[in-house]
Design a protein around this ligand. Structure first.
Ligand code: SF4
Length: 428
């Protein structure tokens, strides 16, 4: 099989993995992608650096053959797809060729499991080692690691990669037992704990004055959870994400709506979850990481799923109207962070501006705050919301998207432009 054909197969097989932060982009089928600007067929995807910079990555699998039989995966053992396999040298050459032509700034490499977890990990590491040591490659490398591989190998992977990730896939062991019988939640978390320990160790070494420079190690880890492939509720997903953030300091948890695959297993749902569910999970994720919300405030035992019609911060505010209105000239930061429509960045701007004058609505307009959303929940120097505004039944109705014809299914309303923007910026 020639290299171009291998690239088509292995880039296409890698597109289901969202944990390189490309899930916000449209998923294009890389087969037959032609025309100006189409990079899908070559496996080039876009990722976002912590500073918001967009970087292009070559995103491929080393092989799409796999010993495991995860029901939701197109590369599973029982799947009837054409298989291909790169040698480490081929991936190295492709990466260097693309890099030198300025097509990419880095590599995202994952793999199906062949022979054994350790053998696969050794091949993946060999690609990174050759790039770093033989070709002095200084671009970004994200390696997908296999939880069953030995800790020593995972550690070696961390030495060459900027980011490493292990996909947790499903939030509960029950879900894994049903859909990915060879995978084990405790083992995956143990591997994450090991990586976390190494990252922390290196940071501590770096802080020591006089100490020799510690060997390089990945600066962060991330993971991916599938949404809608099993019965897990949004509460299950958010609780697991929260445990990963607090226990292992993950940089990101990516939520990937399960997408039907060719010749699907019979245990999978027929339809994918509504796209808006993935959006709401990302918005709830921002609330956990940057707005000091607890999982129990966003979802409850009585309502374990997020409201698909409204973003989770607005939904929380409507359930907790007694906490409003908040005075933008006096309220502490943590209260302002809970006002729907006031993002973390704007809250900090408000705190800085109110040192000099009492803020009026026109000042919020200058900050491009979404006024329709904010007005019922705030007091400003020239504004007090009408009493009925906060207590009236019509308040929720006011924020609902316009009614539209829906299918007789669980499909929710499509995400709005504001939803799409908030998933990327975290401003809610
Ligand atoms: S181990 Fe990974 S590649 Fe293999 S079947 Fe499971 S999800 Fe797919």
């Amino acid at each position: 099989m020639d290299l171009q054909r291998k690239l088509e197969i292995l880039a296409d097989a890698a597109k289901y993995d969202a944990s390189c932060a490309s899930s916000g982009a449209a998923r294009k089928d890389s087969r037959g992608s032609q025309g100006v600007g189409s990079t899908g067929g070559a496996g080039i995807c876009h990722s976002y650096a912590p500073d918001g910079r967009c970087i292009s990555l070559l995103k491929v699998l080393l092989t799409n053959a796999c010993l495991y039989d995860c029901h939701y995966c197109i590369n599973r053992r029982s799947s009837n797809v054409q298989r291909a396999r790169f040698t480490p040298e081929e991936v190295v050459q492709l990466t260097l060729d693309f890099y030198k032509r300025n097509y990419i700034e880095g590599l995202f490499l994952s793999s199906g499991i062949i022979q054994s977890a350790d053998h696969t990990m050794e091949l993946v590491i060999e690609v990174a080692r050759k790039l770093r040591e033989e070709h002095l490659f200084r671009g970004y490398i994200h390696l997908k690691t296999i939880p069953e591989a030995s800790p020593a190998l995972i550690e070696r992977a961390g030495r060459y990669a900027d980011r490493i990730s292990i996909n947790i896939e499903l939030p509960t062991q029950a879900g894994l037992t049903r859909l990915a019988p060879e995978k084990n939640l405790a083992r995956t978390q143990a591997a994450m704990g090991h990586i976390h320990g190494k990252i922390e160790e290196r940071l501590a070494d770096k802080r020591k004055p006089e100490a020799p420079k510690p060997p390089p190690f990945a600066t962060g880890q991330s993971t991916q959870m599938l949404v809608g492939a099993d019965e897990s509720t949004d509460a299950d997903i958010l609780q697991r994400a929260d445990a990963l953030y607090t226990g292992y300091r993950l940089r990101r948890v990516y939520y990937s709506g399960f997408s039907p695959i060719p010749e699907p297993s019979k245990v999978l749902p027929i339809k994918p979850p509504p796209l808006v569910r993935e959006h709401r999970l990302y918005q709830a994720d921002w609330l956990l990481r940057f707005y000091d919300f607890k999982v129990g405030e966003i979802v409850t035992p009585d309502a374990p799923h997020l409201d698909l019609a409204l973003d989770p911060k607005l939904s929380w505010a409507l359930r907790n109207r007694a906490q409003f209105p908040a005075d933008i000239n006096r309220a502490p930061r943590e209260t302002l962070l809970r006002v729907p429509g006031l993002g973390a960045r704007n809250v900090d701007r408000i705190l800085a501006a109110r040192r000099h004058c009492r803020l009026r609505l026109v000042d919020l307009l200058r900050l491009r705050v979404p006024m329709k959303k904010v007005l019922p929940f705030i007091i400003a120097a020239d504004h007090t919301p009408a009493h009925l505004d906060l207590d009236g039944d019509s308040l929720r109705q006011r924020f609902l998207p316009p009614p539209q014809q829906m299918e007789l299914s669980l499909a929710g309303p499509p995400p709005t432009a504001a939803d799409n923007a908030s998933v990327l910026t975290g401003e809610l």
